[in-house]
Write a protein that binds this ligand. Sequence first.
Ligand SMILES: [Zn+2]
Ligand SMILES: [Zn+2]
Length: 282
Amino acid sequence: MLVRFWGVRGSSAVPGSLTERYGGNTSCISIDLTPSDTLIVDAGTGIRELGEAAKKERVDAAAHTYFILLSHLHWDHVQGIPLFAPFHDAKARIEFISDPELNWGRRVMKQFGGDHFPLCEDDLLATVVHREESPKAVLAPFLDDVERIRANHPGLCYGYRFRKGNKSLVYLTDNEVTGMSVPLTPREELVSFCKDVDFLIHDAQYTALDLPRKCGWGHSEVSDVCRLAADANVGKLFLFHHDPNRSDNDIDGIVASARDYLSGNRSSVSCSAAREGDSFDL
Ligand SMILES: [Zn+2]
Ligand SMILES: [Zn+2]
């Protein structure tokens, strides 16, 4: 299954020459479950690029289903919804996965309706479905297991662990590994949640210079993320949710410091910064 990064930035989209290598779009990744089923995790501005690519890749394609699973409803994780081209494709089926009491799918679809975007839901051609079941139940035909964990972030935010056969991936963004005075999820639980995964995509928005001013804001400092990855024995760590004020060169520096930290602690974890347009096989 191919995993692709469509948006890797936190808080705000930041186009421009200083961010063109890593990309300026906000959080969105996809996992190709089958040739006609795609799981999308988070719908920041990166989902627009995904939709445009789908239009090109799927000319004359038969029906395609997009499952949309969200970490939370903060702006940088949902604002690409109105610009997702498959909403205008009559062959597309778009299934939001959300607990019934949370209603996340219906809430983000309110962006259609006139106030924030000129089109209403009735103008859309795709079939939109709200699956009010657990992610594990909805994705059972494709994945052997889906678990979730409460992230240390203001409001309700989840991280997810996906497993297919003996391969696994954790997507855990907008999470503060340590630093919250009363963590919603203690560090030890985060370590066991990530234990032995092949790939960990984790928020790494802050450097030591951002602390202690930003303690409790719900994002992680890079060395804290490296320590989590090392303690959990993950295979590959992708630093994610880059601060909007960080240039490409800044991110290069963060990756270098993360690799120094890991090698200095005799860790075998391989580490890169998530980059828009990159992909890997799960
Ligand atoms: Zn965010
Ligand atoms: Zn957030």
